[in-house]
Design a protein around this ligand. Structure first.
Ligand SMILES: C[S@@+](CC[C@H](N)C(=O)[O-])C[C@H]1O[C@@H](n2cnc3c(N)ncnc32)[C@H](O)[C@@H]1O
Length: 173
């Protein structure tokens, strides 16, 4: 295997900021977008000790690795699903917290992804993501309709937090 250990460096210290901002509680249902091999899904699952975490990614091979690591680490409440976050029919109001480490703002249509994820999140639920690039104005634009949107710099990485309001544009009456 050829490993580029420099790839891990940008995330050093960022997971602590991501999960501090996410404030996952023991009974929470957590969705991890673009979870890759599931490192953050397993962290979320451990925090949601009486709930669970679901990691989604468009890459089936990455999710196979995630499943193997989850079994090896004996994390019983983490699972994975191949899904395109932009269009996947997630269960409405099915999650209390959504997290994402890297990548989401580079999806072809992040605004569509956030609209779709708003439907999956409980009113009052929290979205927290980290991204290695992104102009704060663009982040605010794609998070149209969300509340308390904050974009802060953290060791060269952007930490984005947002709340799902009681009503979003496009909610059914
Ligand atoms: C930069 S990687 C981050 C992976 C993981 N979160 C981590 O921190 O190790 C971005 C991930 O997003 C996934 N991805 C890209 N487009 C996606 C989409 N439309 N829906 C779900 N996942 C997607 C990629 O397959 C990739 O695993």
């Amino acid at each position: 295997m050829i490993a580029d250990i420099r790839q891990a460096h940008p995330w050093n210290g960022v997971d602590a900021a991501l999960f501090a901002a996410a404030g996952i509680k023991p009974a929470d249902r957590v969705l991890d977008i673009g979870c890759g091999t599931g490192t953050t899904t397993r962290i979320a699952a451990r925090l949601a000790s009486r709930g669970y975490a679901v990691g989604v990614d468009i890459s089936a091979p990455l999710l196979r690795t995630a499943q193997k690591l989850t079994a090896a680490e004996k994390v019983a409440n983490a699972s994975y699903q191949v899904a395109d976050a932009q269009v996947h029919p997630f269960p409405p109001c099915g999650y209390d917290v959504i997290v994402s480490r890297g990548g989401m703002l580079s999806f072809p249509d992040p605004a569509a992804a956030f609209r779709n994820l708003a439907r999956a999140l409980m009113p009052g639920g929290r979205l927290v993501l980290v991204s290695s690039r992104s102009d704060p104005d663009r982040v605010r634009a794609v998070l149209d309709g969300w509340e308390n949107v904050e974009v802060e710099r953290h060791d060269g990485i952007r930490l984005v937090t947002a709340g799902r309001p009681r009503r979003m544009p496009g909610d059914a009456d």
